[in-house]
Design a protein around this ligand. Structure first.
Ligand SMILES: [Zn+2]
Length: 177
């Protein structure tokens, strides 16, 4: 797997520089070529990614279109989250289905305008919490806001020092009586 070494190197460079380098997974330079992701079928065109089935079908029949793996699919493959949302306390498991439905709706909405905003995994940690990994920090924040709006509770946001990872903790206790 030659690719893996390459990707690790690019993480290190980005951390060392500590400047305004964007997401290390975003393609460098302005490629004029249209690319399609072989994983999720997102289309990269004029420096933006689109989740659009018609656009994908039109792009794949053009011989000049390149095939690639989009930043979100790379992060999922490498298990390299940009956001970690943890839902805590005793309200969580009895309301798991409602909470996860909201997460799913928010992900679909986010994906409509940025296909790189995706949920990577949803896991129970065995202590009554649910841990949701997202591909980018914006979706983690969006989930925190949406869950607080719909279910109240308390939400907190923390960022890693390089701002590449957002940790969102939401807690709600069961109400007495
Ligand atoms: Zn993809």
């Amino acid at each position: 797997m030659k690719m893996v070494g390459k990707i690790e190197r690019s993480y290190k460079q980005t951390y060392k520089k500590k400047t305004s380098t964007p997401d290390p997974y975003l393609p460098r330079g302005a490629s004029q070529k249209t690319s399609v992701c072989e994983g999720c079928h997102s289309v990269y065109k004029k420096k933006r990614w689109y989740a659009d089935r018609d656009l994908y079908e039109a792009a794949v029949i053009i011989p000049d279109t390149a095939t690639t793996v989009c930043p979100a699919c790379l992060k999922i493959r490498d298990n390299f989250p940009g956001g970690i949302v943890t839902l805590k306390r005793d309200y969580v498991l009895p309301h798991k289905q409602d909470l996860l439905n909201l997460v799913k709706n928010e992900e679909e909405r986010a994906r409509g305008f940025n296909p790189l905003e995706r949920v990577m995994s949803i896991k129970e940690n065995g202590h009554g919490s649910i841990v949701i990994n997202t591909t980018n920090e914006k979706l983690a924040q969006r989930l925190g806001r949406a869950i607080k709006k719909a279910f109240r509770g308390v939400v907190s946001y923390r960022w890693s020092h390089d701002n590449k990872l957002a940790r969102v903790d939401w807690t709600r206790e069961m109400e007495a009586g």
